[in-house]
Each structure stands twice: as C-alpha cells, then as structure tokens.
Design a binder for this molecule. Structure first.
Ligand SMILES: [Zn+2]
Length: 177
C-alpha cells in the first residue's frame, strides 16, 4: 500500500473503528511513512486535548428560557401587527401635512417674490457687484424661513414614519433552528 492515509482513515484509526484487515494494512503503511505517523500522532493529541477540555454545560432551564424568548417574539409580533394601522394613519396624515406645508411654502415664495429675486440675482454676470449683492440680500430677506423649517420638519416626520411603516410591514426572519 503506497497511498497516504486519508483524513477519515486517520480519524477512524485513532478511534479504533477499523476492521483488523484494514488496520493491518494501515499499520504497514504507517511503519514505512513518517508523514502519516506524524498525522496520526497529531490527530491523537488533538482528540486527547478535546476530551480533556471541560464541556460547557448547557445552562439549566435552557428549554424554559428558549420558550420565554419565543413567547416574547410572538408577543412582539402581535404588538407589531396592532401597531401597523396606527403608523399607517400617522404616515398618511403627516404626508397630507407635508403637502400642505409645501403648498404654503410655494405661496410664501411667490408672495415674497423669492423667484423674482433669484432670477434677478442670477441675471448678473458679476456676482460680487453691488447690484448683484443687493439682489442676494433681497433674496435672503425674502426667504420665508419659518415656512421652510416647518416644511422640512414635516418632510422629516413623513420620512421617519414611512420608515417605521416599512419596518413594521416587513416580515421578520426567525433565527431559530
Ligand atoms: Zn503516508
């Protein structure tokens, strides 16, 4: 027998799981092959080390704990389902509010002639001329800041609520095996 021992054979040899004939064959190879002798010795050492290690005892009441976790998950799942309509309604009304603020913002922009000042400001080729700076300051003064802030807040609220809604609707992947 010229071939080296396979990894399963080394395992079986160490565990003495081989028939006498096969074992004799492997013994014959091992007698002539220092490489395989070293592999068998290493496997034996590793097995001995593994046996000597204290086994981690499964914690007591493990089943009870797993049961509690599953119950918590089920409760969370039910809470999530009851929450979905509320989040959906909140998202809907927040969207309406945001649309309303956007329209208000548009009205404010028109009333304050922001677009006119913007057009005026961009019409100057030299942005640092006196006329251009006048237009810029007029533009900045015309900006309806409170409306802008309110609209941004409303849009952010819609974003957060929509994210929660998507999160609530997405089916959870249970990681239990
Ligand atoms: Zn060998």
């Amino acid at each position: 027998m010229d071939e080296h021992l396979t990894t399963p054979e080394i395992e079986q040899y160490g565990e003495k799981e081989l028939g006498d004939a096969r074992r004799a064959e492997l013994d014959q190879h091992l007698a002539a092959c220092p490489t395989c002798r070293a592999r068998v010795a290493r496997a034996n050492r590793m097995n001995a080390t593994l046996r000597a290690r204290p086994r981690a005892q499964p914690p007591r009441e493990l089943a009870a704990r797993i049961g509690a976790v599953v119950e918590t998950r089920v409760a969370q799942e039910q809470a999530r389902r009851t929450r979905v309509p509320f989040i959906a309604a909140a998202t809907f009304f927040a969207t309406l509010l945001a649309v309303w603020f956007c329209l208000e913002l548009d009205v404010a922009f028109r009333e304050n002639r922001v677009f006119d000042f913007w057009a005026l400001f961009t019409s100057y080729s030299d942005w640092f001329s006196t006329d251009s700076l006048d237009a810029l300051f007029a533009l900045l003064e015309a900006l309806p800041l409170s409306e802008i802030i309110l609209t941004l807040c409303a849009l952010m609220t819609v974003g957060v609520l929509a994210q929660q809604l998507i999160e609530s609707l997405r089916p959870r992947v249970w990681q239990f095996k």
